[in-house]
Design a protein around this ligand. Sequence first.
Ligand code: ADP
Length: 220
Amino acid sequence: TQHAGDQRVAVIGLGRFGNSLANELMHRGWDVLGLDTDARLVQKYSDGLTHTAVADCTDPEVLRQLGVHEFTSAVVAIGSDVEASILVSSNLLEAEVPNIWAKAVSRQHGQILERLGVHHVVLPEHEMGERVAHLVTGRMLDFIEFDDDYALVKTVAPDIITSVPLGRSQVRSRYGITVVGIKRPGEDFTYATAETVVQKGDVIVVTGKTHAVETFAELS
Ligand code: ADP
């Protein structure tokens, strides 16, 4: 967890991923140090970020001079150059940065980063591919899967849960899912209660084990 003074992050690699991430963190009020070996990219983003520098972060001395060892969070947003990603990650681990995030381009790359000890490894392409597959094959409008086989899904309400109050629909015992919210066309999102009666055409937000949520979203 972060507290006020800790809202500083070093983003290493200002490609598409690193730049989007750095912008979003700025938007959330964090101080962002953006680093890249490419002077053109650094120049391009220098106005939008708190600090930027042209730096080859595979060199531990370069990182030290930039004070990266004093940061509580750092993100290695280098993808295609796997060797650089590994070297930079290992430098950050050596500098004992407490929260290190790294992007991986393949499962093998991700595994190496995890074995090194990187605290959070993300596989944007794989994760997005899985998510889009859920959207393409079913009625799901949105799908988020958490680490522990637990998912949150936005879907069109299947007929079998319409017309009776949720409390009496037995969705939890029958399907192992919980309806947390409901969005009627043209109305605002509201939280679901035991008294909520879902109607045909409503969009609902459901949580539960990934498998249970998937099965439920395929019901008609
Ligand atoms: P994306 O797909 O998000 O654009 P890339 O892997 O193509 O990701 O981009 C990674 C960025 O990281 C590039 O801008 C590259 O210049 C930068 N980069 C590569 N090696 C280093 C390094 N040793 N130190 C700092 N930045 C690096």
